[in-house]
Structure formats: structure tokens, C-alpha cells
Design a protein around this ligand. Structure first.
Ligand SMILES: NC(=O)C1=CN([C@@H]2O[C@H](COP(=O)(O)OP(=O)(O)OC[C@H]3O[C@@H](n4cnc5c(N)ncnc54)[C@H](OP(=O)(O)O)[C@@H]3O)[C@@H](O)[C@H]2O)C=CC1
Ligand SMILES: CC(=O)N[C@@H](CCC(=O)OP(=O)(O)O)C(=O)O
Length: 346
């Protein structure tokens, strides 16, 4: 039995993790961590857990948790884990961090985009970027997993095959992305009130969104050249889902069929990445509640650009599902265990 603790279990990402882990007969959640609801029943915070979870929320004492847990998930705000990680914790348990604290290898880049001082940069080097489709072997032996961001997961998986093949100009990529409101977390914010979000769509973080350096770093590893992107996220009136539409200038003449063959080659053994047929475009509805990313790419001959598209559920493949995928790899389990979730519809 894998003993798992969730710090930040009362947030949207932590709540989704609990939902996924509760389906497992080989995992026991021993710690529902919280800041605001300590000693309150978890099922009173999330009524969907009524008669499923009887535990009360515990505090965020990660040192005590590390004594008991085989794996700790931190689904907490940026800077939280970085402020308290130490050798003792890492010697006792595995840590999967859903925040961005250990995703970016250059601490100066992290500090400048996140506008905070990194308290434990000594662990950045050993942290493995937990995108299994790219880093599977490294993840298996890691102590510390930096679970990727939601927009980065969808963007990187949509673009990676063509950047890796050198078919797209690495300085030409424009990513237009849209996210449901759960991406912003459960905390009360005026911008996320029903009247602000409903019947509305807006861009935000234009040119300054913190996922820009994360996407650029990972695509640059694939390209072997610096990749610079324009990235514009949009908030849309949906609960879940991310849609990425990315544009890149082609470096040589290539057809949509040849492009499709490349995606098929890269992802033929990847259960969670579904390359759509012909000119079918990814839709958030077709992946909702699942760990799938649907991708496709179409050449726009007139402009010599390729349009690369992806859709996924931000809380599953973009957060909790990917964290469970990483946990499976860390414990030598089949990667799909507990994650063969059929997308819900309608
Ligand atoms: N939402 C998403 O789609 C995705 C989120 N992520 C990342 O996951 C992390 C959590 O995000 P999300 O669930 O959306 O955020 P929420 O705001 O919904 O949840 C935050 C959680 O962190 C807890 N928390 C806040 N401050 C502290 C603290 N000082 N000590 C201990 N616990 C604390 C909160 O506890 P309490 O409720 O008790 O106050 C809550 O459980 C973030 O780093 C986010 O970037 C990653 C990918 C996608
Ligand atoms: C809609 C919305 O606000 N989305 C969040 C991103 C989601 C998130 O939590 O960020 P990570 O994936 O890096 O952890 C944002 O734009 O900041």
C-alpha cells in the first residue's frame, strides 16, 4: 500500500488528486492537508466526498508527514514548497510538487518571472520535470518531481514533434491558449466571480505570463536551439479545459499528411496523447475528466505556417492526473494505473 499525503488537498488541484487516488486500492491517503480548514471534515469542504472520506483536514506539517508517507503531493501556491524543502524530507519520502518551484532550471529566470526569491535553489538541479512523454526514464529514479504547468503541458505536447524535427522556425511560434476557470484555483478572486467570467472571454498576462519561460525552456531542449514564443492565455467561461492553438513558420515545404505522420511517429506508444485523424480539431469536451491530450496539426500552405492544436483537462493531465502518472512511474507501476478515465460527455 502506498501511503500518500496531499498538502493543499482543499484546492482544486488537490481535490482532484484526492478524487483520483480514492479510486485506487493500492494507495491510502493518510493526510488531507489544508491551511484554512484544519480539524474540519474534508467532506464538509468537498461535499462530493460525503460518506467517502471521513477524515478531517490536517495542517501543513510536511516534516511530520514525511515520517509517515511514501509520497507527498504539494498542491500549494508558488513558493510554498521552496520555502521548506530539506534533505530530511527528501531522504524519507518522494515529493511531487504541482507548483512551479522546481520546474525552471535557471533560478534567476524563476525569480524574475515569479517575482520571488527562491529559498532552496539547491534542489532545482535534481528535480525532474515530470512530463512522462519526454522524461519517462528520469522520472523513475527521482526523489523530487516538478509536475508541469497546465498550459505548458498542452503547449509542449502540441508543438514538440515539429520543433524536435526542426521543421518549425524556433523564433516564430505563437501560442494562443484558453483555460477554464478552475485553472485559477478555488480561492476567491473578483476576476473569477460568476458575473465577471460568464458570457465573457478575455486575454490576460499578455507577454508576461509565468508559463512563458517554462514552455520556452522545454521546447529549447527539444530544438537544441533557443525557442522564443509569444504566448497569450485567455480565460473562458468553462469549469475545466485548456485549448491551445499554436502557429509556427515552416522551414521547408511539407504537407499536412507528412506532418501527421510525424505526430503519429512520436506518439504511437503514448496512451495519453491521442493524435486525431485528418483535419479533426481537438475539443475540450472530448477530453474532459480524462488524462488524455488530443493533438492535431494542419498546414496552412498559403501562409507557410503550421497550426498546432491541443486540448486537455487542466485539472487532470494538466495537474492531478499527470501527478498520478508520475507517482506510478516512481513506484514502478503501470503508468496508466488508475488513469484509464473515459472522458465525460456531454
Ligand atoms: N488549478 C489548476 O488547473 C492547476 C494548478 N496547478 C498548481 O497547483 C497548485 C495549487 O493550485 P490550485 O489547486 O489551483 O489552487 P487553490 O487555490 O485551489 O488551492 C491552494 C491550496 O493550497 C493550500 N494553501 C495555500 N496556502 C498554504 C500554506 N501557506 N500552507 C499550506 N497550504 C496552503 C490551500 O489551503 P486552504 O484551502 O486550506 O486555504 C489549498 O488547499 C498551484 O501551485 C498551481 O499553480 C498546476 C496545474 C494546474
Ligand atoms: C485560468 C488561470 O488563471 N490559470 C492559471 C494557470 C494554472 C496554474 O495553476 O498554473 P500552473 O499550471 O503553473 O501550476 C494562470 O494563468 O495563472
Amino acid at each position: 500500500m502506498i501511503k500518500a499525503g496531499i498538502i493543499g488537498s482543499t484546492g482544486y488541484a488537490g481535490g482532484e488528486l484526492a478524487r483520483l487516488l480514492l479510486q485506487r486500492d493500492d494507495v491510502e491517503i493518510i493526510w488531507y492537508g489544508s491551511k484554512s480548514y484544519v480539524d474540519q471534515k474534508y467532506a464538509s469542504v468537498y461535499q462530493n466526498m460525503y460518506k467517502i472520506v471521513d477524515d478531517s483536514c490536517l495542517d501543513d506539517n510536511i516534516e511530520v508527514l514525511a515520517e509517515k508517507a511514501d509520497v507527498i503531493f504539494t498542491a500549494t501556491p508558488q513558493g510554498y514548497l521552496a520555502s521548506l524543502l530539506n534533505d530530511t524530507i527528501l531522504s524519507k519520502t518522494k515529493v511531487i510538487d504541482l507548483s512551479a518551484d522546481y520546474r525552471i532550471k535557471d533560478v534567476a529566470v524563476y525569480e524574475s518571472w515569479y517575482k520571488m526569491v527562491h529559498k532552496t535553489p539547491q534542489y532545482i538541479e535534481e528535480a525532474v520535470y515530470g512530463l512522462p512523454e519526454l522524461n519517462r526514464e528520469k522520472i523513475k529514479d527521482a526523489r523530487l518531481i516538478a509536475n508541469p504547468g497546465c498550459y505548458p503541458t498542452c503547449s509542449i505536447l502540441s508543438i514538440y514533434p515539429l520543433i524536435k524535427e526542426g521543421l518549425v522556425d524556433p523564433l516564430s511560434i505563437i501560442i494562443d491558449a484558453k483555460s477554464g476557470t478552475s485553472g485559477a484555483g478555488r480561492g476567491a478572486k473578483t476576476d473569477n466571480l460568476y458575473c465577471e467570467v460568464n458570457e465573457n472571454i478575455k486575454a490576460y498576462g499578455v507577454g508576461v505570463h509565468r508559463h512563458i519561460p517554462e514552455i520556452e525552456e522545454q521546447l529549447s531542449y527539444g530544438s537544441n536551439n533557443p525557442v522564443t514564443i509569444s504566448f497569450t492565455p485567455h480565460l473562458v467561461p468553462m469549469n475545466r479545459g485548456i485549448l491551445v492553438t499554436a502557429y509556427g513558420t515552416l522551414k521547408k515545404e511539407v504537407s499536412s499528411e507528412e506532418i501527421k505522420a510525424i505526430y503519429d511517429k512520436y506518439y504511437k506508444d503514448e496512451y495519453f496523447v491521442r493524435v486525431l485523424k485528418d483535419d479533426i480539431t481537438p475539443q475540450t469536451k472530448w477530453v474532459e475528466g480524462s488524462n488524455f491530450v488530443d493533438v492535431n496539426a494542419i498546414v496552412d500552405k498559403r501562409t507557410n505556417r503550421v497550426v498546432m492544436m491541443g486540448a486537455m483537462d487542466n485539472l487532470v493531465k494538466g495537474a492531478a492526473g499527470q501527478a498520478v502518472q508520475n507517482m506510478n512511474l516512481l513506484f514502478g507501476l503501470p503508468e496508466q494505473k488508475g488513469l484509464k478515465l473515459v472522458p465525460m460527455f456531454p
